[in-house]
Design a protein around this ligand. Sequence first.
Ligand code: F6R
Length: 316
Amino acid sequence: YYLGWAGPARRAYSSGVALQLPQGYARAGEVVVCGMGGSGAAGDYLAALSARYGGLPVYVVKSAEPPAWVRGSLVYAVSFSGNTRETLSCASRAYRLGGLVVAVTTGGRLASWARSVGAPVALVEEAPAPRAGWPQLFYTLLGSLKAAGLIQVPESHVEESLQLLGERERAEAEAGELVAWLRESRGRLAVLAPEPYYPVAVRAVSELAENAKTSAVAMQVPEAGHNLLEALARDGDSRLLLIDPGEEPWSTLLHEFAGLARPASIHVARLQGGSPLSRMVWGTWLAGLASVRLALEEGLEPEPVKTIKAFRRVVE
Ligand code: F6R
């Protein structure tokens, strides 16, 4: 499924652009994204992209509590299943406080609730798991924000990112190299990205956890150079996956950090693509592919997440 991301990504972008938002939504002063796990991740990317390219500030909520200032904000309630308790509560509270809510989902209770209050619903395509549906969620939001003129990502960058998802052989080869390193190296795994690409590191850690049941921590530079580095350097036995966008000053900072951290092993994932958007998409794709492949090579089933299901029952 991950290998075929180009199709759902392109369809989601078109449907996001075509989404009719009620009058007044485009006058919002900020964007709030409510969503958990694979669904909330779409919000992290938009926040980073709007900071980088320009656009409304994007605030991401990963709980049931919308911000107190939500009145008049454009609120995307994103839940792949449509049945995530925190997202349902965040959406209905935001609505009651005067937020301009849009539901982004495959259906479920979120779609029914949104229809019952007359909020727009962007229906996204099914996928084997919410996390595998990242292109649906992310590109629907991007298309919708772009069509409303609320984010300044150039169309050529969107198109290039979609084209990049056609490079399956290259992606598979790079994922294979990453998996070989993950399997042969030892030590605590940290995924390190420069600040504008931090959502990629967070996503990689989540994909490794959910698909490959493998733990890692996400770190960002320069921030981790002001705190976590001290512990890494003392331990001396970590392994570092560097998410390297090939951009300055970020690449130099990453490599300087890695040198001071004295890890047992380093792997550099050099992000392909001619724009920040494309590089983020490439890193996300690579992490998804590698996490599934790692699971399969280790004899694990990538799809079931029974402990997450148990937690979801607690929250219900
Ligand atoms: C499970 C997964 C999770 C979910 C999260 C929220 O495959 O990826 O991270 O995304 O539990 O569920 P949804 O996305 O359905 O709102």
